[in-house]
Design a protein around this ligand. Sequence first.
Ligand code: ADP
Ligand code: MG
Length: 251
Amino acid sequence: MIVVKIGGSVLDSELPCLVDEVVSLQKSGERVILVHGGQFQLNEAMKQKGLEIRLVDGLRFTSKEVLELAEEVFNNISVKIKSEIEKQGLKCLILNKDTGFVKSRQNKELGFVGVPEMVDVAVLKNIPENVIPVVPSVTAGMNSSDFGFNCNADDVAGFIASKIKAERLVLLTDVDGVFDGNRNLLTTLTMKQAGDMIEGKTIIGGMIPKVHTCVKALKSGVEKCHIIKGCSKPLISEIINGKVVGTTVQR
Ligand SMILES: Nc1ncnc2c1ncn2[C@@H]1O[C@H](COP(=O)(O)OP(=O)(O)O)[C@@H](O)[C@H]1O
Ligand SMILES: [Mg+2]
């Protein structure tokens, strides 16, 4: 299994390209799970409503109002991905908050933000080969009384990858990978380097949860963790074929 998190631009103009690649991978016998948030789309929706955007180290402070808006925005994105998958000849199962596929615990410091705690792994076992699961990053809470929580989509993807013992975790973003202090692309990043670069503020903002996610995933047994640019060409296939693409996070 390959868990692919789609972020940033991939959700917009690059979606047909990404789905094309995922559909090809799936048809060639790989099993892919797509995880997404929708940072840009949520920012736009928040601006329209006059809601203040606050990001703390790449994580969004989430009021109840923002949480409800995020759920709506992300569900719309899931539907968009589903219709693109269907257009390209496969089926899609949306595993959103209401399905309880992922459950998270509240990180109160950030309001209604959650940290993933549980994945219903059994659900995946029953999914036929022609179906691609799509998981948005607003998840259910651990208690049935919880409305749900806004999770970072990188975190959700990494958590799922760990729990299902995925072969590979691929975080697609809007840059080629992780840059060093001189904006040179690092083809590999060790866990030690990652910690140093976060501490030294060479890795900031939205790249922090990505790198943390890869480190956590490596520690829980996901062997291959990549941060690469969204779909301008079929990069995921290139990685599978052993090409050096973007940044590979390593022990
Ligand atoms: N060292 C770094 N190397 C590459 N990108 C970085 C680095 N530090 C911070 N970033 C930022 O992280 C961003 C990606 O995270 P984010 O904006 O959350 O995108 P996504 O929607 O893919 O999650 C990049 O666009 C870049 O501005
Ligand atoms: Mg992000």
